[in-house]
Design a protein around this ligand. Sequence first.
Ligand SMILES: [Zn+2]
Ligand SMILES: [Zn+2]
Length: 242
Amino acid sequence: MELTVLGCSGSFGGPGGGACSGYLLQSGDTSIWIDCGNGTFPHLQEHLAVEKLTAVVLTHGHPDHCVDIYGLHVLLRYGLEIENMPVFAPKGLEGYLLTLVHDFGNTFEWNPVGDGDCTKIGDVTLNFSRTQHPPPTYAVEARADGKRFVYTADTGPDWTVGAFGPGADLVLSEATYLHHDRPAPIHLSARQAGEAAREARAQRLMLTHLWPLNDRDATAKEGAEAFGDAVTLATPDLVTVI
Ligand SMILES: [Zn+2]
Ligand SMILES: [Zn+2]
């Protein structure tokens, strides 16, 4: 598998092309856009011809994870004339997104996701786990080629990556805050992200959903100390082989 970061700013877009949450996960001919945060669609188009997109996964309905689906809708419907793009999203999210548009026509095929659900998209098997975050939010585990990737989506510390079992090859964890300034238990600090990944014996850890006002070096240092090994900080257009 290969992971491309399309955006990694936590909760609001940062300066200098700092798009919000979005990732392109690829295995063979399978290309899955996980989270369509604001600013990620332009980055997606730099890495993939959109007609080759296999499916979309939305972890939850916060705008920084889903609003660029409107741009995808316009391109698919009026530009490429592609219908029935599979979208995997929490139950009810389709209706929530429809409050801003008249309708999506036949652009999308909506597949509701719930806790513990498993589905196969092309070469990739996906599992979903409900995290600690106010709207229904699902972390994603992806398996292909004997490798395992886990993305926390947004979560507080009462859900951990260990929910998918130990030893993931790559954990992509939100790390919105530095530990001393975390304001609410609906996100993780870099320390909490590192501790959870260490306890789950993750092979590698990448930190994302980074609060743009925070110092990146401080986030990396705090995360690495807790993880017990070096961590990677997500940055737009970073490509990682899993
Ligand atoms: Zn978020
Ligand atoms: Zn959120």
